[in-house]
Design a protein around this ligand. Structure first.
Ligand SMILES: Nc1nc2c(c(=O)[nH]1)N[C@H]1C(S)=C(S)[C@@H](COP(=O)(O)OP(=O)(O)OC[C@H]3O[C@@H](n4cnc5c(=O)[nH]c(N)nc54)[C@H](O)[C@@H]3O)O[C@H]1N2
Ligand SMILES: Nc1nc2c(c(=O)[nH]1)N[C@H]1C(S)=C(S)[C@@H](COP(=O)(O)OP(=O)(O)OC[C@H]3O[C@@H](n4cnc5c(=O)[nH]c(N)nc54)[C@H](O)[C@@H]3O)O[C@H]1N2
Ligand code: SF4
Ligand SMILES: [Mo]
Length: 774
């Protein structure tokens, strides 16, 4: 599409707009005061010119007729949909006054600060929460804290660092760097990275590697683009990844396919692990997981006997498996004992360049930023920390399933208000109605968002309009490189989340204003200091900075690959080894046990398999009634969670809230493609349109999450159809494992399909059709 423009602004994508975990270099074409076109920046080593459909549709997003352009206050009863424009000053003053009253009456912990996934929001959110003085920073609605947390936790416990599939992303010359080797195999485990660039990983790197010779093994209950290119497709029963991993470990150890030298010198607990996986014979794995033992054998052999130099790229369903931490631990053990850790083309240790970070991810960073006393005080009150040691000792978020109950019961201490920034719990939280009830019970809710949605309509008292990435200043340091976000234009009175947060932080804590008199500009430069840069100096360099690289294969720079465990680069004491108490990869993880065990809760130091809470094996009586395993949330490339249903170019690609079923299920039910059906269980029922897909396992169905219908009535009780089509009406909370993490029913809830009869109809929604080309 060629357009007339005056100038191009080069920047970094992150969050509002495409919605994503971000990282692309992007070019914004500006004409006058408007962005007229957006595309990937071909000079940026990260994405090399590419961009997703949501990036390309930015102009429809930014200038959408329904975009909230000014601060609003509610004027009618909640749910009535009546809001009035106010000034930023009035909005800030109202919030400051109300939050200070709550602090006085109930204490600062009575306000919960709610964010969604890891967008450019951890920084703003932690700043407001902690400067206000609340311990309760959360991903409310994310049952089992089941997004990346379990994987990150397991890696921290077992090997002391995160690791990701090596697609050369830590080297500025990328695939051309002579130290880099293409992975011989990439095992894509419970992920479809091409759709979503999850967790700082650009999805199309997988395709780059395949083009350069990598072979694929894909572990997924459903066929997709990647399974169609895979040498091995392990089509498992949802939620049984733990059993597959234990079976793989069994095969690797029995057949001596592991890396003896690495295990002897760099791992501890191998004997205990070997004992633990003994029972997981291929026959047992087949009985539990539906995976034919021959397929398990061939896939494991391909990966293990080609190692070192093989990678695993893993995804969300591992966190959402029962006891996600222990499943992740098993998979971590697979790459460790096959010698793939921090080798070219393996599992590269992933640290942020120069250790630049935007926000305090865990207690250690929190102590650096706010002091030990503050941490001591926060961890006592952090919701869930009494039951779950991990919540006390590791990551900063509260336990979301416990939090929603506390909002409803007001025990052990009251919760009276929320600050919601980048979350839409009424449409997207597990057990969304329960969250709706909990939010309704609050005295005061602030929502910072870009559009009205079921949450703003039903519970917001003040709404603050947020700017898209194209309208904001910022920085990004998620792995490599360190880079800046530059504004191209202003839209309405929308503001950067960071500016909103810094203003509130300064109002709640005068020290913040004294330390950062220019607000976010000062704060950002402080965070960039470890890289020896400022916002302006990075712009002068072209917008990003990769780590300066001495070019050695065995790196002495903590954030540069490879073989850092040999050089001492990973440990504070400078000794060779990993950042664990023993310096080894702890297959028997003392840290997992130590962090997790508190009072009555004892956490297993070894990996194990746990059956889903609801299943053919665990609850045969429920299974009889509801014989289909529902996977939810597989990502659509045109939506980010509950967003983008209102963007015509995007919605046209994926217009309906559907349920994917196997042809045999359609035959049994006598339903046709496009017919509306009920998807139901004891928790409720939702309407969905049938989509027949021969690539889904016949005993499973798939429903995308986050659905609501912006084209329908937003007022209560319809709330844009959130309770009519939203799959989280059927998904429970409270299934977290002993760590407090994982175990939600997002991928394992049992349902049945019911054909509609009599006067029952589909939802009267009206997706845009034929908008392309307009
Ligand atoms: N476009 C887009 N991109 C996104 C998002 C989005 O909403 N839209 N969300 C972002 C967020 S926050 C996250 S966490 C990531 C998540 O993205 P991913 O990590 O890719 O996770 P999912 O999309 O849930 O599922 C990935 C694959 O796992 C399969 N699967 C389902 N259940 C199981 C199971 O039990 N075991 C196994 N082995 N496979 C299973 C699904 O069929 C699917 O192909 O994506 C991020 N990127
Ligand atoms: N059934 C089912 N449910 C799931 C999942 C699943 O797999 N299955 N996945 C879960 C996962 S992994 C996650 S992480 C959660 C994610 O859940 P969330 O990240 O909370 O996503 P949304 O609920 O879509 O809410 C995001 C809201 O924030 C707004 N927004 C987006 N970017 C910004 C921004 O930068 N600033 C501001 N102020 N607002 C912004 C959007 O307009 C939208 O209204 O969903 C979970 N829900
Ligand atoms: S999803 Fe990926 S391609 Fe799209 S804007 Fe985000 S980082 Fe770029
Ligand atoms: Mo997520």
């Amino acid at each position: 599409m060629s357009v007339e423009y005056d100038r191009i602004v080069k920047t970094t994508t992150w969050s509002p707009g495409p919605g994503c975990h971000g990282g692309c270099g992007a070019k914004l074409y500006v004409k006058g005061d408007k962005v007229v076109k957006v595309e990937g920046d071909e000079c940026h080593p990260w994405n090399q010119g590419r961009g997703c459909s949501r990036l390309l549709a930015m102009t429809q997003f930014m200038y959408h007729k329904d975009r909230i352009l000014y601060p609003l206050k509610r004027v009618g009863p909640r749910g009535d949909g009546r809001f009035e424009r106010i000034t930023w000053d009035e909005a800030y003053d109202t919030i400051e006054k109300k939050f200070n009253e709550i602090k006085q009456d109930y204490g600062a912990n009575a306000v919960i600060f709610i964010q969604g996934t890891g967008r450019d929001i951890g920084g703003p959110m932690s700043i407001v929460a902690y400067n206000y003085g609340s311990a309760n920073w959360s991903q409310l609605g994310l049952g089992g804290q089941a997004c990346y947390g379990p994987r990150l936790g397991a890696m921290s416990a077992v090997q002391g660092d995160n690791a990701i599939a090596d697609c050369s992303q830590f080297l500025e010359k990328r695939y051309d760097d002579p130290r880099y080797k293409i992975p011989k195999y990439i095992m894509i485990w419970a992920q479809d990275p091409t759709r979503g660039c999850p967790d700082g990983f650009y999805g199309n790197w997988i395709i780059d590697c395949v083009k350069r010779g990598s072979k694929l093994i894909v572990i997924d209950p459903r066929q997709n683009f990647l399974t169609s290119r895979a040498e091995h497709h392990v089509q498992l029963r949802p939620g049984t990844d733990g059993a597959v991993a234990m079976g793989m470990l069994n095969l690797i150890i029995t057949h001596k396919w592991y890396d003896k030298e690495f295990v002897e010198n760099w791992c501890s607990g191998f004997e205990e692990l070997s004992d633990r996986v003994k029972e997981w014979t291929p026959e047992k794995v087949e009985a539990v997981t539906w995976v034919p033992k021959e397929i398990l054998y061939e896939a494991t052999k391909a990966y293990a006997t080609s190692s070192p130099g093989c990678a695993i790229q893993w995804g969300l369903p591992i966190d959402q498996a029962p006891d996600g931490v222990h499943v992740a631990q098993a998979i971590n053990d697979i790459w460790a004992i096959t010698g793939n850790l921090d080798v070219p083309g393996g599992q590269v240790i992933a640290r942020n360049g120069y250790h630049v970070s935007a926000y305090p991810f865990d207690n250690y960073q929190l102590a650096d930023m706010f002091g030990d006393d503050f941490v001591e005080q926060v961890v006592q009150k952090r919701i869930g920390s009494e039951e779950y040691g991990w919540l006390r000792k590791w990551r900063c978020y509260i336990q979301p399933d416990v939090a929603v109950q506390q909002m409803l019961t007001q025990r052990p201490y009251p919760i009276r208000a929320t600050w919601i920034q980048t979350a839409n719990p009424v449409a997207n939280a597990a057990d969304q109605k329960l969250h709706y009830e909990a939010l309704k019970a609050m005295d005061f809710n602030v929502v910072v968002d870009l559009f009205h949605n079921p949450t703003t309509m039903s519970v917001a008292d003040i709404i603050l309009p947020a700017a898209t990435f194209a309208e904001r200043t910022g920085f990004r340091s998620w792995f490599e490189p360190v880079q800046v976000i530059q504004p191209a234009v202003q839209v309405g009175e929308c503001k950067n989340d960071w500016d909103i947060a810094c203003e509130m932080a300064a109002r709640f804590n005068p020290d913040f204003r004294r330390r950062f008199p220019n607000g976010f500009a000062d704060y950002m430069n402080w965070r960039l200091e470890p890289a020896g840069e400022t916002y302006q100096s990075l712009i002068d360099k072209g917008g990003w900075k990769w780590a300066e690289d001495p070019g050695e294969l065995e790196s002495k720079v903590p954030w540069l690959p490879y073989y850092r465990y040999k050089t001492g680069a990973l440990r504070a004491d400078g000794k060779p080894g990993f950042r664990t108490p023993s310096g080894k990869v702890e297959l028997f993880s003392t840290q997992n046990a130590d962090w997790g065990s508190t009072g009555a809760t004892i956490v297993d130091p070894l990996p194990h398999y746990q059956e889903p809470a609801e299943s053919e094996l665990a609850t045969p009586e429920v299974f009889k009634k509801y014989p289909l395993v529902m996977i939810t949330g597989r990502r659509s490339p045109v939506f980010f969670h509950s967003e983008h249903r209102n963007i015509p170019w995007l919605r046209e690609c994926d217009p309906w809230p559907d349920v994917e079923i196997h042809p045999s299920v359609a035959r049994d039910l006598k339903v046709e493609e496009g017919e509306w059906v009920w998807v139901e269980n004891d928790r409720g029922r939702i309407r969905r349109k049938v989509k027949i897909n021969a690539g889904i396992h016949p005993k499973t169905v798939s429903c995308m999450h986050g659905w609501w219908l912006p084209e329908t009535d937003g007022r209560s009780p319809n709330l844009f159809g959130a309770f009519d089509v939203g799959v989280n009406n059927l998904i429970p909370i409270g299934l977290q494992a002993r760590t407090g993490y994982g175990g939600n029913g997002y991928k394992t809830t049992l349902v049945r399909l019911v054909k509609m009869g009599g006067s029952e109809t589909g939802t009267p929604c009206n997706p845009p059709v034929g908008v392309w080309g307009k």
